[in-house]
Design a protein around this ligand. Structure first.
Ligand SMILES: [Zn+2]
Ligand SMILES: [Zn+2]
Length: 364
């Protein structure tokens, strides 16, 4: 008899997901079948559901996943860090499966732009192995994926956002090239902002300034290292810029990390940079986001603007290590604020969409 598993399938944008029973795949060489233990809802899941980014239906959304190994394919005995893998182990894995051989994988070190890229929670589930997203009881991991065994000291909920929110911020952190005692502005107190603040604190930044418009998030991010949490809703752009300059001896911050995904705040962030500063754009992951900025300022003040989309495999390992190393310092367990079973996936998406929760978890 064919084994089956349940999945929440998106059949069209802006409509309820369908809970379907789908046949489980035979586990092929180099592959892994996991039982999904926890999948957190990323902002990009909501964007796909709303139809604001590519979404080939039918599809199973969800890519911030922790799973428990059910079956290992032939030849799989170690994770990407050479740690042994066995049935029952908890693992996380890169958002992407990349070929390792194409122009971007081999020549340019941009594996997230692989010419043969597959992404969990982003591709159609019409054909076998079907289970290629996290809002399901199972997920099937293909050989081009970097797999990491989750350390025992991390809970499922602490580890789940590592493979998108955290790894992406680690990639951005590397691009921002911040040194101890430098100052950073983080635009956005969502999950990425919380991780960015924690990284800045861990690395000894002096001023860790965060802007958002939600008071509860601004309050919560202080425990993650923010030295100044500013509510931008009551300030004009000029006042906000003045405030940031005032906190940095009139010079401006060394780097800005934009993690809110709001085009209109980009020029404000650029004006908060000191001469020679770096602007790291993470948040705008959807098309139709033009920004107006006087490029004389870019040239004259020697600014750098860098787009960071997803990450390299090393950033996921660094993210998991960071969680494990600093979990006594930062309350990562507080990032997941709400939990839903698979049957209540629509409610979960609505809550994630509302912005009231930091991360919503689906426990299939
Ligand atoms: Zn994501
Ligand atoms: Zn490739």
């Amino acid at each position: 008899m064919t084994r089956t598993g349940r999945a929440a399938v998106m059949v069209g944008t802006n409509q309820d997901l369908e809970i379907r029973k789908l046949p489980l795949p035979e586990v092929q060489k180099g592959c892994i079948l996991v039982r999904v233990k926890c999948c957190t809802i990323c902002g990009s899941d909501v964007l796909a559901w709303l139809g604001r980014k590519r979404a080939p239906v039918p599809m199973i959304l969800g890519h911030e996943i922790v799973g428990e190994i059910v079956e290992l394919g032939e030849g799989v005995s170690m994770d990407s860090g050479n740690r042994t893998l066995k049935v029952g182990d908890r693992i996380t894995w890169t958002i992407m499966d990349n070929c390792g051989k194409c122009f971007y994988c081999r020549e340019k070190g941009l594996m997230m732009k692989c010419l043969h890229l597959k992404k969990y929670g982003h591709d159609s589930c019409a054909d076998p192995p079907h289970f290629v997203g996290g809002f399901a009881e199972y997920c099937y991991i293909s050989p081009g994926t970097c797999v990491i065994r989750v350390p025992d000291d991390l809970t499922d909920e602490e580890a789940a956002p590592a493979n998108c929110a955290l790894a992406t911020v680690v990639a951005g952190w590397e691009a921002a090239d911040l040194k101890p005692f430098e100052n950073v502005l983080i635009q956005g107190a969502g999950a990425l902002g919380f991780y960015a603040a924690a990284l800045a604190k861990h690395h000894g930044c002096r001023r860790i300034i965060v802007t958002d418009i939600l008071p509860n998030r601004l309050e919560a991010i202080r425990a993650f290292g923010a030295t100044h949490a500013i509510n931008a809703s009551s300030l004009s752009d000029d006042d906000l810029i003045g405030k940031v300059l005032g906190l940095t001896d009139g010079f401006g911050v060394d780097a800005v990390m934009e993690v809110a995904g709001i085009p209109s705040i980009v020029p404000v962030g650029l004006k908060c940079l000191r001469t020679g500063g770096r602007y790291i754009e993470h948040g705008i992951t959807f098309p139709g986001a033009p920004v107006t900025f006087d490029f004389f300022d870019l040239v004259f003040r020697c600014l750098t603007i860098r787009g960071v989309h997803n990450y390299d495999t090393r950033h996921l390992q660094a993210g998991v290590d960071f969680l494990s190393q600093t979990k006594e310092t930062f309350p990562f367990q507080n990032l997941v604020t709400d939990r839903f079973p698979l049957e209540k996936i629509d409610q979960a998406i609505q809550l994630a969409r509302s912005g009231k929760a930091i991360r919503v978890a689906v426990i299939p």
